[in-house]
Ligand binder design. Sequence first.
Ligand code: HEM
Length: 504
Amino acid sequence: MTQDLKLRESTEIQGDILAGFKKDHVTLLFLKFEEAQRARTWLRWLTPRIATTKQVAAFNKAFSEARRTSGGDDPKTLKAVWHGVSFTYSGLQLLSGADPVPGDAAGTTLGAFKEGAARRAGALGDSGQSAPEKWIFGNGTGQAIHAVVTVAADTPQDLAAAVTDQREAAAQAKAVIVFQQNGATLPGSRRGKEHFGFKDGISEPGVAGFDEPDPEHPQWVKDHPGTRIIPAGEFVVGLPPVGGTVPVMPGWALNGSFQVVRRLAQDVPGWWAQVAVQLQVLREAKTVAQDATVEWLAARLVGRWRSGTPISKCPFADAPNDPDASTDNDLTFRGDELGHITPLFSHLRKTNPRDGLVVTPGGQPLPEEQVVDNRRIIRRGIPYGQPFDPASEGPGGPDSPRGLVFVCYQSDLVKQFEFIQADWVNSLNFPPRPKPPADEDRRPGHDPMIGSSGRVTFEGVSESGENIYQELQFQQFVHTEGAVYSFAPSLSTLRLLGAGKLPA
Ligand code: HEM
C-alpha cells in the first residue's frame, strides 16, 4: 500500500462511499425515532457495526484476488455483512438537539439537505405520477424519516438475519420503520443488469487517494482505461475537490458524504413498446436503414448495448461474448459532436458527457477537468422487484413492481446529483450541438431512458451522405416512488451524535 492511497486505510469514512459494498442482497430501512435519548442509545449500539472504508476495501481486494486465482468464480467462503447509516436533517437535529444548518443556506448543498428531497422535487422533474404526494416514503406529508440504515449481504439468509437484528434494535429504541426497501441483483443471465436489460454499474469515477493510478496514464485508474481519477473532495466532505479549494462546511460533515436514495419504478414492457413504435417512425421517415432493429435503437437511447459494449466502439452490433467490450470505459464523444454515433440524448451523454463537451451552443469543446469532473457521482444502486417475465400473471408479470433503488454519494447535492438530473437529464438543450440551427429544432431533448416525457431529436446521415434528423416523442417510463436526502457521517461524528453532540 503506497502512502498515496491512504484513503483505503480510512477508519473514519463509512464503507460504500469509496469502497462499494458490492453485495447481491441489500435492504434499506427508513427509521423515525420518537425520542432523542433512545435514538442515541440505538446509535451507540449501531456505530461499532458500521463498516469502514478500510474494512470494505480490504475485503473487496481479497475477494478480487480470490476470484482471479479461481479463474473467475466468486469465492464462496469469503462473505461479509455490511452496515451503513445516514441521517436526514431532522435526524441530525433530533440526535443532537441542535440545528445542523442554522441560518439561511438557500442555494447550497446544506440548503438542499435541510429542505429535503420532497421540497426539491419540482426542480428535478418529479411531477405528475412522480410527484412527492404519490411517494411511498419521503413525501414530507407522511411519516418523517430520521435515519436510513443500509444492510448488505452475500446471501438472502445472511441479509434476513441482519435485518431481523436491526428491526429488534429499532423496536427497542421505540423507532418506527417507516419503510423497508429490499434490493437484489437480478438472477441468471440478467446478473449485473438493470430491469430494462442493460448492464449497469460500469462507469464509476476513480477517486484520488483511493484508486491506484495507471503508470502510463496517471489520469486513469490502473487496469481501467478511460476511468478518470477525480479528487476525493468531490465525494467526501472536507477533502480537496476539483480546483483544490475546500468549501467551508460544518465540523459534523467532515469525512462524510451526502447520500441520495430514489426508488425509481421501471415500466419494462412500456419502455420497450415505445422503442418499437419510435423505430417505426424513423423507418417511415427513412431516417434509419429499413433493417434497423429495436435493439439497435434501444442501444442508442442508452449509449451501450445490453452487454455493456459501448456503441461508440461497436456501432453496428453488440459483442456479448467479449468481456473486455462489456466493461469498456475508454470512450470519447469527441469527433461525434452531432451524435450521429452515440446520440446526444443517450443516457450516457446526458449523465457523463465526457471530453469535448460544448457548453455554450456554438462554442469550443472543453476538456473534462474543466466541466465534467466536478459533476460526477458515485452510484451504488441495485434493482428491486422480480425480473420481467411476459408469461407470468403474478410475480414477474407486467404489473409486478420493479425498478432501481438508485443510491448515489457526493459532497454537494446541488452541484452533482441535482445538476445532472435537472440541468442535463431533463434539459432539452443538453449536450448543446456545436452549431445550433437557428430554429432550435434540433435540440437533443430529454434523456429518453429516465427523463421526463418530451421530444428528442434523432440525427443521422442519409445514404447519400446528407445530415438528416427526425423528431421523436418519448413518454416517461421511469417514475419516482420515493426519495430521501441524507448524510452519511464519519465514524467520529457518529460517536459524537451518540453522545448527543454535533461538532459545529
Ligand atoms: C431506472 C433508472 C436508471 C437506469 C435503468 C439507469 C441505467 C443505466 C445504465 C444501463 C448505464 C450504463 C452502464 C454504466 O456505466 O453503469 C447507466 C450509466 C449512468 N447513469 Fe444511469 N440509470 C438510471 C438512473 C440514473 C439516474 C437517476 C442518474 C443520475 C441522475 C444516473 C446516472 C448515471 C451515470 C452518471 C452513469 C454513468 C455514465 C458514464 O459515465 O458513462 N442514472 N445508467
